[in-house]
Design a protein around this ligand. Structure first.
Ligand SMILES: *[C@@H]1O[C@H](CO)[C@@H](O)[C@H](O)[C@H]1NC(C)=O
Ligand SMILES: *[C@@H]1O[C@H](CO)[C@@H](O)[C@H](O)[C@H]1NC(C)=O
Ligand SMILES: *[C@@H]1O[C@H](CO)[C@@H](O)[C@H](O)[C@H]1NC(C)=O
Length: 320
């Protein structure tokens, strides 16, 4: 199946390219011969569709935005000033810089990433925690991907048939911190300077501070596999992808955009509501029938996810 996938992909791409090119040439030859073009050429033409699709995506996806902090990465001041207001941070830029310095004494100066190559397709599964995973039997499909990204309180034990049992990357912030296997990357989404301090301390001597929720003083995780999302990346997702809707993006949506940056093929599971329109976690009993999106522009994010799916930038498995 892996082979099939790798062989199919370039073929499909070439076919798409050829069909686009053909329509473009037909369009151009009509233009050059000065034949009047009827107005509805655009709406029905597949190429118009590809062009506008690409524009929609290109207006959002900026390949040169670096998702992760690294020792040599300097955070622009404007990104810091935007980020520090998210959770009412009081620290200064120099306090931030010092904390990051301390962090890179504990974790590798560069994130552990697989670089793109023309030889292989980096396939990723982004696994949200939606109740629509229940009974989905997606486990094997999820585990089949090279990279499996889970988040926050997402767990696999007892749910393997529906969610799989492999986790190569686990996204968390201090308030959702948990112990990880030795071969799982800890991906920190920081929302304040203290979060950067937390990961540094929780992996070494223990963290003693407090937050708006209890946080674990120590966690088990492989220090060599820690990666930290850049505040500039959060700002980019908020401004470029969400057009500043909501206060800041949800963890799930950021995970999705992160995957677009580090994978060649993105399959998305466990996002959105279940068949009856309920939003809850697969590992919880359904309590509220109401939409719970908190500070996040949930519906808007979901529409973007659907749009990415329609444009074949991702494949969304909705569970029903
Ligand atoms: C893409 O991101 C880079 C790096 O942050 C930035 O310099 C550039 O202006 C961005 N491009 C667009 C089109 O926004
Ligand atoms: C995960 O599931 C696969 C197939 O179901 C199984 O072979 C493997 O032992 C499981 N791994 C773990 C760590 O549970
Ligand atoms: C965890 O993995 C690292 C390599 O990344 C290795 O050095 C270490 O011994 C492993 N620890 C355990 C408990 O397996």
């Amino acid at each position: 199946m892996d082979h099939l996938k790798q062989k199919m992909k370039p073929t499909v791409k070439v076919l798409l390219l050829v069909s686009c090119l053909t329509v473009f040439l037909v369009f151009m030859s009509g233009y050059l011969k000065d034949t009047p073009l009827s107005l509805d050429v655009g709406s029905g033409s597949p190429c118009q569709q590809c062009l506008s699709d690409d524009q929609w995506f290109a207006a959002r996806f900026n390949k040169s935005v670096e998702p992760f902090l690294s020792a040599e990465h300097t955070l622009p001041k404007d990104a810091f000033n935007w980020w520090k207001r998210l959770q009412g941070e009081r620290g200064s830029y120099s306090a931030y810089s010092k904390t990051v310095e301390g962090l890179f004494e504990i974790v590798p100066p560069k994130p552990d990433l697989v670089e793109p190559s023309s030889y292989r397709c980096r396939t990723c599964a982004v696994v949200g925690n939606s109740g629509n995973l229940k009974g989905s039997r997606y486990g094997p499909l999820i585990d089949f991907q090279d990279v499996v990204i889970r988040m926050n309180t997402g767990r696999t034990k007892g749910y393997e048939a529906d969610v799989g049992n492999k986790t190569t990357h686990h996204i968390m912030y201090p308030e959702s911190g948990m112990d990880l296997e030795n071969n799982t990357h800890l991906v920190l989404f920081p929302f304040k300077i203290q979060d950067l301090l937390w990961v540094t301390k929780a992996l070494t001597t223990g963290f003693t501070g407090t937050s708006y929720m209890p946080v674990k003083s120590k966690i088990k995780a492989n220090k060599q596999l820690v990666m930290v999302i850049s505040p500039a990346f959060i700002k980019y997702v908020h401004e470029t992808w969400l057009q500043k809707k909501g206060r800041y993006p949800s963890t799930g949506f950021m995970a999705l955009v992160m995957a677009l940056h580090i994978c060649d093929e993105v399959d998305v599971f466990g996002f959105g509501a279940d068949r009856r329109g309920n939003w809850y976690h697969y590992f919880e009993r359904l309590r509220s029938q109401k939409l719970r999106t908190g500070n996040h522009p949930g519906i808007h994010e979901y529409e973007i996810l659907l749009q990415l799916h329609r444009q074949r930038k991702i494949t969304y498995f909705r569970g029903w």
